[in-house]
Design a protein around this ligand. Structure first.
Ligand SMILES: *Cc1c(COP(=O)(O)O)cnc(C)c1O
Length: 401
């Protein structure tokens, strides 16, 4: 009774002081603005010196031999699969819970995405369920570091080696993240990062692959710009030449200097932004400690999350409303949330094309029905972080069984 009363009091207090908290806001400061202005004023707005500088700085930050920029992580995943010579009818293993980009690139080759259920704690691909899905046609595994927490890379690498498969990491959420002391971007055969507007390092649109394979890096540099022979971007510069040769059927996947300018400014504060997100995650977790109704995300002790997402899961026995009611109630309190992700097998394209059956993915189904991502970005004010935490507590109180 006392509890109920307290919650009503909280609601009332909330009604007079509602903050509007968007799900995401990129962290853009004067530093980004002046880097972009610098590009605009220089007269060089497509791929050029800043793109090269960004690749160099990013590569050094990750600690990899090669960093090749592109206009999206999706483009990176596409060219990564080209490097392993994926063919029609081949199979590639991906987690059931991910963004469509991870799997759509497999369709580019008329190859087949093979879905594996995820781990209930981390929402990462369940390494123990990979081997039962491997066939003669399997060519690669694409682990996705969900929310920024690294997958079980040692287990995955052992399986890949045993079956002679490539490991292409979808690290769209994982700048910066570490697995057993190793930086994500230095483990798999190729790692693909995203600089999409909502990601932890944002250039609007953009992506980067890292690899220790020099030959692949050179080929991807050619393929990302029309298949034109080496350093094609220089042909309009002082030291460039008009002569070029098309050596492959390429793509228009290059980054621009305007994007790279944003990237350079973001990279200078990438560690600070990560510390701030970690701090916010800690505040959330601390303030949800007393509630049986929700489970905060947990990170395994041998790895560091990039904290791209802060997904909470609702415990159905202790909460009378469903996920959608929770989302709507938070929205009423001014807090925008999101769901990561609608599992691939639930989308008409994947269901109809590959005949996936939800019954095969019980953990993914459970996670989908109960998980909500809270706002988590470095620009959040202390008051906003508190407001999100209080709103979650308020909604729990409202629907407590
Ligand atoms: C955002 C995202 C991508 C795609 O990144 P783009 O840069 O937008 O192409 C791929 N995989 C996952 C898991 C993502 O969240």
């Amino acid at each position: 009774m006392l509890n109920e009363f307290a919650d009503i009091m909280n609601c009332d207090k909330g009604a007079e002081k509602t903050l509007e908290i968007p799900f995401h806001k990129p962290y853009i400061t004067e530093d980004e603005v002046s880097e972009v202005l610098d590009s605009l004023r220089s007269g060089w707005i497509t791929m050029g010196p800043k793109t090269i500088e960004f690749e160099k700085s990013f590569g050094e930050y990750i600690g990899t031999r090669n960093a090749v920029s592109m206009n999206s992580c999706t483009a990176c995943l596409h060219l990564a699969l080209k490097m392993i010579d994926l063919k029609e009818g081949d199979e590639v293993i991906v987690p059931a819970v991910t963004f469509t980009a991870t799997a759509e690139v497999i369709s580019y080759f008329r190859a087949v995405p093979v879905l594996v259920d995820v781990d209930s704690e981390t929402c990462n691909i369940d390494a123990a369920k990979i081997e039962e899905k491997i066939t003669e046609r399997t060519k690669a595994i694409i682990p996705v570091h969900y929310g920024g927490q690294p997958c079980d890379m040692d287990e995955i690498s052992v399986i890949a080696k045993r079956h002679n498969l490539a490991v292409i990491e979808d690290a769209a959420h994982a700048i910066p993240a570490r697995y057993r002391g190793r930086r994500i971007g230095t483990i798999g055969d190729i790692t693909c990062f995203s600089f999409y507007a909502t990601k932890t390092l944002a250039t609007g649109e953009g992506g980067m692959v890292t690899t220790e394979n020099d030959e692949w890096a050179e080929r991807m540099k050619i393929l990302r710009l029309h298949g034109i022979s080496k350093d094609a971007w220089k042909r309009y510069s002082k030291e460039g030449s008009w002569f070029y040769e098309v050596v492959d059927a390429g793509y228009k996947y290059n980054m621009t200097d305007i994007q790279a300018a944003l990237g350079l400014a973001q990279l200078r504060k990438v560690e600070w932004m990560w510390r701030r997100r970690s701090e916010i995650a800690e505040i959330y977790t601390e303030s949800f400690r007393g509630y049986q109704e929700i489970s905060p995300p947990s990170v395994k002790p041998d790895r560091e999350s990039a904290w791209h997402l802060y997904p909470i899961s609702l415990n159905p026995e202790q909460f009378s409303g469903g996920r959608d009611i929770f989302i709507d109630s938070l929205k009423e309190r001014g807090v925008s949330t999101s769901v990561h992700f609608i599992p691939l097998y639930r989308h008409p394209y994947y269901r109809n094309t590959f005949g996936f059956d939800a019954a095969e993915f019980p953990v993914s189904e459970r996670i989908f029905a109960s998980t909500i991502s809270l706002p988590l970005y470095p620009g959040m004010a202390d008051e906003e972080i508190r407001w999100v935490a209080e709103s979650v507590a308020g909604v729990i109180g409202q629907f407590r069984v």
